[in-house]
Design a protein around this ligand. Structure first.
Ligand code: HEM
Length: 547
């Protein structure tokens, strides 16, 4: 306790007392941790002070090895750095700080140096011109714990294994051929969703729950549709998987003292790493069971399993066949599990978040809702439900989704990048191993790139053709460069398919007494602060279309 008071005193006696008013959840969480783990704390403090002084000495010099100086940035406190002054909404705070410190600035969170990039021009330097150097991730401790030690695609650094897994992701998991072959899974699941919503006509529906289960069911079908115990246990497995995925997303979004003060990581003060390892145990049990079951049934009946129709394999079957190839194009069981994990986590949370924002914006903007529904009537017609073949013709809906991504990028800082060597951006040194944050939320609202940036206006995407692959760095909700999201083709299909179906088959209103609300909750994904609830009513006259 004494140590905790000392630490508090040290903070209060600085000239920054006034700024303490800005203390918030983020600060609250670290101070709570410090004061609620007294036993471990005394030991921790001495380790932390030594490590911090060493680290800060390294990075506080105006330049490294005589190169250009570090970017400008706010003054920070000993040990905790700028941590006490961080607000709950980091994306907005960094946007405002760019006005004081410029398009690139630095700050310390604990002992970790962070460099924040705020303009399209500098994002281009990082994700294009120096893409190779900036393609490490600097994974958090929670991310490493859940991904079998960073052996997946999302969190691995740029190395031979990552390049191989990424190739498999792009050419096998989400290849054009594979996506075409799996269109029936998507159709079945979206139809189930329509039926499910129809059963709730006039009642309040949780949009996030609907989007999550639709997406999760599509992904599980794509991965192991043909598991022999699928019928008996498939639903149970999918339900457990959904709980574990939700736990993982929650844990990965929590600020972790162990990341901020790596010298304390062994104490796992908040228990995040331990909890993540427990989630991994649960997941691993599910994956092991599915994989063993498939290997067994492949062995006993070679021609049957893994093949849905002739020539159509599920992903698990494809992965198992890749195991027989030679290194480096082969994969092992752990990598197969890590790939399945990536598909489930990266695919569900992101699409769910986007659909929630989309329903909130569209319901608030009546003209947009009207135009989308008119387009659907024209392209799909009043006597049919939406099919994937309609999607490329829904241009106004496509423009609306892009506008929603612009105002509410699902990953407001994309995912962190970290340089593999010291390098120079905009005349400043960005040291090897520092955490580079690209504030795509700020770039998407910058008046230099967008007219009336705060206005919701899908028309801007009808006249300006931006793609989702980050070709133009004024708009890159899926990242850009060699770490661009490889899920783009599936994400584009699913978000459009789910939204088009919800808006064509139903009219929507807010539950009685509810107001429109667009407030944000910052995290690794930028979610709606209040969950999106809405009440569906029947829109198509033929009841058969809902069965
Ligand atoms: C709304 C939907 C989605 C959004 C907004 C989104 C966004 C992103 C972003 C911003 C990144 C980091 C890119 C970078 O660092 O430049 C990323 C990476 C990734 N995404 Fe997505 N994503 C979505 C859906 C999906 C889906 C459906 C999948 C797969 C089923 C997926 C799989 C991945 C993977 C594996 C990576 C890591 C790529 C790498 O590091 O090499 N994502 N995503």
């Amino acid at each position: 306790m004494i140590a905790a008071i000392d630490l508090h005193h040290c903070i209060l006696t600085t000239s920054s007392i006034a700024k303490m008013e800005q203390f918030n959840n983020y600060q609250g969480s670290w101070f709570e941790v410090m004061t609620s783990n007294k036993d471990k704390l005394t030991l921790a403090i001495s380790t932390m002070i030594l490590a911090t002084f060493f680290y800060r000495w390294t990075f506080s010099r105006s330049s490294i090895n005589g190169g250009p100086c570090l970017p400008p940035g706010p003054r920070s406190l000993p040990i905790v750095g700028y941590l006490p002054f961080l607000s709950r909404d980091l994306h907005k705070q960094f946007f405002n700080m760019a006005h004081s410190y410029g398009p690139i600035f630095k700050l310390h969170m604990g002992s970790k140096l962070h460099v924040v990039i705020n303009t399209s021009d500098l994002a281009k330097v990082v994700v294009r011109e120096q893409d190779e150097i900036f393609s490490n991730r600097n994974a958090t401790i929670a991310a490493v714990a859940i991904t079998y030690g960073g052996r997946d695609v999302v969190w691995s650094d740029n190395n031979k294994d990552w390049r191989n897994l990424r190739k498999i992701f792009v050419h096998e998991v989400l290849s054009h051929k594979n996506l075409e072959a799996s269109r029936y899974f998507r159709r079945d699941e979206v139809r189930k969703t329509i039926k499910n919503v129809y059963s709730k006509i006039g009642k309040t529906v949780d949009i996030s729950e609907i989007a999550f289960s639709t997406e999760a069911n599509v992904l599980t079908s794509m991965v192991w549709k043909n598991t022999s115990d699928e019928k008996a246990n498939g639903d149970q497995i999918a339900a457990e998987l959904q709980i574990v995925v939700a736990n993982i997303v929650e844990l990965i979004s929590k600020p972790n003292m162990s990341d901020i003060f790596p010298s304390l990581a062994w104490l796992d003060l908040q228990g995040i790493e331990g909890n993540m390892k427990r989630q991994l145990d649960r997941l691993d049990r599910i994956f092991t069971r599915i994989i063993d079951d498939r290997i067994r049934s492949n062995y006993s009946n070679k021609s049957n399993d893994g093949v849905v129709h002739e020539g159509k394999k599920d992903l698990l079957q494809t992965f198992l066949e890749l195991m027989d190839q030679k290194y480096p194009t082969s994969i092992n069981i752990t990598q197969i599990k890590a790939l399945i994990l990536d598909i489930m986590v990266a695919g569900t949370e992101t699409t769910t978040t986007l659909i929630e924002w989309a329903m909130a914006e569209i319901m608030q903007n009546h003209d947009t809702m009207k135009r989308i529904q008119e387009e659907l009537l024209q392209i799909v017609g009043p006597n049919k439900i939406v099919e994937e073949s309609h999607l490329p013709k829904l241009q106004y809906l496509d423009a609306t989704i892009k506008e929603i991504f612009r105002l509410h990028p699902v990953l407001p800082f994309i995912l962190p990048r970290s340089p593999s060597q010291d390098c120079v951006v905009d005349g400043y040194t960005v040291p090897k191993g520092s955490m580079v944050i690209i504030n795509v939320w700020a770039i998407h609202r910058d008046p230099r790139y967008w007219e009336n940036p705060l206005e919701f206006n899908p028309e801007r995407f009808l006249t300006n053709k931006y793609d989702s692959k980050g070709s133009n760095l004024n708009f890159f909700p899926f990242g850009s460069g060699r770490r661009l999201c490889p899920g783009v083709p599936l994400a584009e299909k699913m978000q459009m398919y789910i939204l088009a179906s919800l808006l064509h088959s139903f009219d929507w209103s807010l539950p009685k007494g509810e107001d429109h609300d667009l407030s944000e909750k910052f995290g690794i994904t930028l979610k709606k602060r209040k969950p999106m609830f809405a009440v569906p009513s029947q829109r198509l006259s033929d009841v058969e279309l809902y069965m």
